[in-house]
Design a protein around this ligand. Structure first.
Ligand SMILES: [Zn+2]
Length: 225
């Protein structure tokens, strides 16, 4: 990324290790306005940041250079990635945590994701939710976020039901390797793929997880670690 940052944040460091960028993590800000979010993402005392912030009208702010390690993911795991900040690009979507995502914001996100996936040579399954890597601790971008739409445009993946296997092992094979209770995995999975679903694991959950595990198996060198 050579374009100048539009609103530089001091909250970043060097990426650790030599692993390439392999993930793009989507967040909601859970704050009242983009101005408030921007102030927090640039406040040294807050110690949080992201590479990009997209406002509700589709306005795109770049805060941290893509080469640098922004502070958005925190503790968590996806596949065999344990230092997610070092292996990812973080995108914050301005959203209060409960409202739908406006069309202009989704369009801007799709444009940015198309650019990022192309430049970093990433497949659509590289785009994940903060809740995917930190089940039980985080729930963003939340059940109002339209993952199906993103997948229809090649910017994420969406499952089609197939013969069900074991929900938990299939969810882990797709990438849900965080060391948390199975209930937290189920909740994160439903936030993304079955918004509104409740109760114990159902045949529908298992049928969708089976498809994700078959089509998008994550590279895990130390399963369950
Ligand atoms: Zn987040």
């Amino acid at each position: 990324m050579t374009a100048p940052l539009t609103h530089p944040s001091p909250n970043f460091g060097d990426r650790r290790g030599d692993a390439p960028i392999s993930l793009v993590v989507l967040h909601y800000t859970a704050m009242s306005s983009a101005q408030v979010s921007l102030a927090r993402l640039c406040d040294p005392a807050a110690e949080v940041s992201a590479h990009y912030l997209i406002g509700e009208e589709g306005d795109l702010c770049s805060l941290v250079a893509e080469e640098a390690r922004a502070w958005h993911a925190g503790a968590g795991r996806w596949g065999d990635v344990t230092d997610v900040n070092s292996a990812s690009i973080g995108i914050e979507l301005q959203n209060d945590g409960a409202s739908p995502y406006p069309e202009a914001q989704m369009a801007a996100l799709e444009g940015l994701l198309g650019d990022l996936l192309a430049r970093h040579g990433l497949p659509p399954e590289a785009v994940i939710a903060h809740s995917d890597l930190a089940p039980g601790r985080k729930s963003d971008p939340g059940p109002r976020f339209d993952w199906r739409r993103l997948a229809q445009r090649g910017r994420a993946v969406w499952p089609t039901a197939r013969a069900q296997g074991d929900f938990l092992s299939d969810a882990r094979a797709f990438g849900y390797t965080a060391d948390v209770e199975p209930e937290a995995i189920l909740t994160a999975f439903r936030h993304r793929f079955r918004p509104g679903a409740t109760g114990p694991v159902s045949p529908e959950d298992a049928a969708l997880a089976a498809d994700l595990a078959a089509r998008f198996p994550v590279d895990v060198s130390a399963p369950g670690a």
